[in-house]
Design a protein around this ligand. Structure first.
Ligand SMILES: C[S@@+](CC[C@H](N)C(=O)[O-])C[C@H]1O[C@@H](n2cnc3c(N)ncnc32)[C@H](O)[C@@H]1O
Length: 244
């Protein structure tokens, strides 16, 4: 079960549904509080840190101008400058994520990738822009998958809304699992995570007992690295990288 307060989740889902038919609303969704109270937009102080990390990857920097086009749609808040680029912290966050995924798993060309809790499809945007040959599967509520597909279609990027194959090369999930009770986390684990070759999780599961239980469960199936969030925030967030 999704454990977000009922009013917040209802406002979010109703807003997402409205955006599927109301293009004026959709064109400004990133700035709407019903939306960004669920799908956070990152803070301006984070931008220089993400950018410093991104600059370590020359292959990503070669595509930087295409990657920051993520900001041209959706009424992006918090736009600011890094070097000569005008870009939002949220876009920089997702570019940084793709750098980190490439650092751990290598080139993403032709990989089968699934993502749980896709938001508006920002990580999918980054992965597909870096490596158009990836086969990318969205896992989310039906209306959210439709919403992210509508967003990505603006950029002529194609993703799959069908169920992912039993085994993918990389399973991704960012700021999502902690929002579910243990029963649902275990169901997601068995269905989507356990059979993946590689796993990249940005975790905000902070309860120490639940965190250790989850890590123990993953330890049976993967070699794990538990890494600090970058840049460190006031939350004890962490990254789990799992390899078979
Ligand atoms: C906090 S947002 C994170 C979005 C994105 N990963 C990010 O980091 O910006 C949580 C995501 O979980 C999704 N979600 C909610 N219920 C879900 C469910 N039953 N199955 C899959 N995803 C769900 C929401 O629609 C949303 O995309």
């Amino acid at each position: 079960m999704w454990q977000v307060p009922i009013e917040t989740s209802e406002n979010y889902i109703n807003f997402v549904k409205q955006c599927l038919t109301d293009d004026a609303l959709f064109s400004n969704f990133k700035s709407n509080p019903h939306y960004n109270s669920i799908v956070g937009m990152s803070a301006p102080w984070q931008s220089p840190h993400f950018y410093m990390g991104i600059k370590q990857n020359p292959v990503v920097m070669d595509k930087f101008k295409d990657l920051i086009k993520n900001d041209i749609y959706g009424g992006t808040p918090n736009m600011g400058q890094v070097d000569s680029y005008f870009v939002s912290p949220n876009t920089l966050r997702h570019i940084y994520t793709v750098c980190d995924i490439i650092k751990h798993f290598g080139n993403l060309d032709n990989k089968k990738i699934s993502e749980l809790g896709v938001g508006y499809g920002a990580t999918a945007y980054m992965v597909k822009t870096m490596s158009p040959t990836t086969d990318y599967y969205l896992i989310d509520l039906p209306e959210v998958k439709e919403f992210a597909t509508k967003y990505l279609n603006h950029f002529d990027l194609e993703v799959n809304s069908s169920e992912p194959p039993d085994a993918v090369d990389i399973f991704i999930s960012e700021f999502c699992l902690s929002e579910f009770d243990d029963k649902t986390i275990n169901e997601f684990y068995t269905k989507y995570i356990q059979n993946a070759d590689g796993v990249y999780l940005m975790m905000n599961l902070h309860d120490e007992v639940r965190k250790q239980n989850f890590i123990q469960m993953m330890n049976y199936d993967f070699n794990l690295e538990i890494l600090p969030e970058y840049p460190v925030t006031h939350w004890p967030n962490y990254i789990i990288v799992g390899k078979k």
